[in-house]
Every structure is written in C-alpha cells, then in structure tokens.
Design a binder for this molecule. Structure first.
Ligand code: PMP
Length: 356
C-alpha cells in the first residue's frame, strides 16, 4: 500500500470513481439516453460508411469536415470555431487543466452535474458549490455574493440543469456573466439543448467571457462520445492547446458526420421525447404524494415519500432510474427518470404506481 500512498495525489485518493451501475436486462431510465435505435436502413448505410474509414491512419487533425457538419446541423454560428471533446466530460477536463492556476476556483450551483466538482478537484482547484433555492430555482443573490467573494476562474451553469431539469432565468444568467466580467469564464453547459426551448448560442457576440458547451450524447449518440464548445477565438485557442491530439477517433468522426446528415431523424425523436415528457409529467403529477419538478430536459426529477424503498422496488422489477436522494440535501427523497418510449414509460409508470 505504501506504493499507492507514495505516488497517488491526495485529491485522487479522496475521490470515488464515477460509478455506473450494471444495467444489463433493465429498462434503463437512469442516464438520459435516447431510447431509439437506428432503423435497419440507416444501420446498413452507416456500416457502408464506416467500412471505408482508414483505420490505419490518424484522424485529420483539423477535424474541419466534422466541425462544418456540427455548425451547419446543430445551430452554431458559422463564424465561430469549435473545440471538440471526447464527450463534453473531456471538454470540462480541458478547461480545468487550462485554468488551474494556483488558487484558482470553480463555481457552480448545487445540486448540479458532478463532473464540474470532480474535474476541478482533480486539477487541484477549489470547488465552490452554491445551493439552489428550495424550489430548485437559482439563488441569484447567493450566486452573486459567491462570485464577489471567490472570483471564480470558471463558473458552470447547466442550462437546463442536471439533475433538476430547471432552466435558469435569462436575466439571472446575464447578471452572472456581467458579475464575473473578465476575471473568469462562464460555461453554459447546454447538454440538454435538444429538449429545451432556449439557448445562449445566439448571444455569444455579447459576452467575451461566455462559452457554450454541448454534446451529441442526449440527441441520440451517447455511444460515440462527442462534445463541442464554442466562444471567443482567443479563449478557444488556449483550450485547443490542452486538447489531447487526435482525441476524436476516426470512427466517431465518420459516425458523427453520417448521423448529422440524418439529423432530422434525431430531431424528430427529440420532439417525440418532449411530447412524452408532457405525458409522463401529467401521469406522475396525478399520483398522490408525488411532486414533479418542471423540466426542460429529457428527464424528470420527482419527489416521492420513501424514495429509497420505491427505488429498490423498481430495481426488483428490472427498472433502473437514478436515486439522487443522497446527492444533496435539497434532493431528499428525489428520483430522476429519463423520458423514454411510450412503452417503457408505461412500464415505469405501472411499476412506480404499484410501488408507492
Ligand atoms: N453536462 C451535463 C449537464 C450532463 O448532464 C452530462 C451527462 N450526464 C454531460 C455534460 C456529459 O455529457 P457527455 O460527456 O456524454 O458529452
């Protein structure tokens, strides 16, 4: 054991590895995946495309074809460059690595996406979490006070937020961007943008410290691992320096280019999931004792008495949701449920009602 103590940094010793439960054979409603698989025709066309990929060659370092496809199909202004990540998780690590000066801090509302804190600590930065209000809306006064006190190098706002599904007020985000000013960057993490009516992508020109980060994961391509981030060229140039060379592999690149040609299919699925979100919200809200929080994402956060027992009963019936009750005091007795197909949503609703 002394070898471990001798070589591993204390921040790493203190961390728990990102835990992903075994889900084989489960109705999987825990990870905000798109439940729809590719049609047989698309599978065939994709196979033909991937068969032509030169596996013996490194990717073309500029990724210019992929970047153009992302900009054209996913609503990024043409005059902005992109930094690509192996999932937005890698973008978060890259930003941490670039900004981890001695004493630099990272700030985000809590409960929020766990990788913000984890990545900050791994990079040796202090993480400052600012609790949301009890109704899970943003506590703007607390955010502004924390920004004034800590002058964070990085402020994350997931828009909409995970695990709450909440959309913060546009005016609150503007106030945070102004308060941070030129002492830090504000990263609007729009991972759930395919299900949300709003985005800050069109506001990039107004704020030098604004970065917009997105992923193709929730749109239906979680398996290929691809995230992208945009903002001022001066900032992107610095993050580009810490991007691992060839971090997007040729299969991801080719699969993403192919699927972006078919983006209408994915958009239609997102629209179906938004409709199902409404159906599921209404059905859950009718159940006695269940609170459903408003969501602009492809999942619902609900509060239910005895959530631990409900979760365990669902697991027995091979339905996996996310038990977030221990993540933060504000989430006591809360479960997070990914919106799925009408069939899987019904299976969940039946098992859930029976478990109450
Ligand atoms: N940001 C938020 C808010 C998320 O919820 C997630 C996934 N849970 C991510 C980023 C990471 O997405 P990925 O690494 O799959 O791109």
């Amino acid at each position: 054991m002394s070898l471990i103590a001798n070589i591993i940094r204390p921040e790493v010793l203190d961390l728990a590895a990102y835990h992903v439960p075994d889900s084989v054979g489960f109705v999987k409603l825990d990870a905000m995946e798109n439940p729809y698989t590719l049609s047989a025709d698309l599978q065939q066309a994709l196979a033909t495309r991937l068969a032509k990929v030169a596996l013996n060659r490194y990717p073309v370092p500029s990724y210019s074809g992929l970047k153009t496809a992302i900009k054209q199909q996913l609503g990024v202004p043409q005059d902005y460059d992109l930094v690509l990540g192996n999932g937005s998780d890698e973008l978060i690590s890259m930003v941490s690595m670039a900004c981890a000066k001695a004493g630099a801090k990272v700030l985000a509302p809590l409960p929020g996406f766990v990788m913000y804190a984890m990545s900050a600590r791994l990079a040796g930065m202090q993480f400052v979490g600012v609790p949301l209000n009890a109704d899970l809306t943003l506590d703007l006064a607390a955010m502004l006070a924390a920004i004034a006190e800590h002058r964070p190098a990085i402020t994350y706002l997931a828009y909409p937020n995970n695990p709450t599904g909440t959309l913060y007020e546009v005016a609150d985000i503007e106030a945070i961007l102004r308060a941070v000013g030129d002492t830090g960057v504000v990263i609007l993490d729009e991972a759930y943008q395919p299900f949300s009516p709003v985005s800050f992508m069109s506001r990039l020109g107004e704020f030098d410290n604004l970065l917009v980060m997105r992923t193709v994961s929730k749109l239906g391509l979680a398996g290929i691992r691809l995230g992208y981030m945009t903002g001022s060229q001066a900032l992107l140039e610095q993050f580009e320096k810490v991007r691992p060379p060839y971090n997007i592999n040729v299969l991801t690149e080719a699969a993403a280019e192919f699927m972006l040609e078919q983006v209408a299919v994915l958009d239609a699925q997102a629209a179906q999931l938004c409709a199902q979100r409404g159906v599921l919200t209404e059905a859950l809200a009718r159940l006695p004792g269940v609170t459903v929080f408003p969501s602009a994402a492809n999942f619902l956060l609900i509060r239910v008495p005895q959530a631990e027992q409900v979760f365990a009963k669902l697991v027995k019936q091979k339905i996996l949701v996310k038990n977030v009750g221990k993540m933060h005091v504000l989430l006591e007795n809360c479960l997070r449920i990914t919106v799925s197909t009408p069939e899987e949503n019904s299976l969940f609703l039946d098992a859930f009602s029976a478990s109450l």
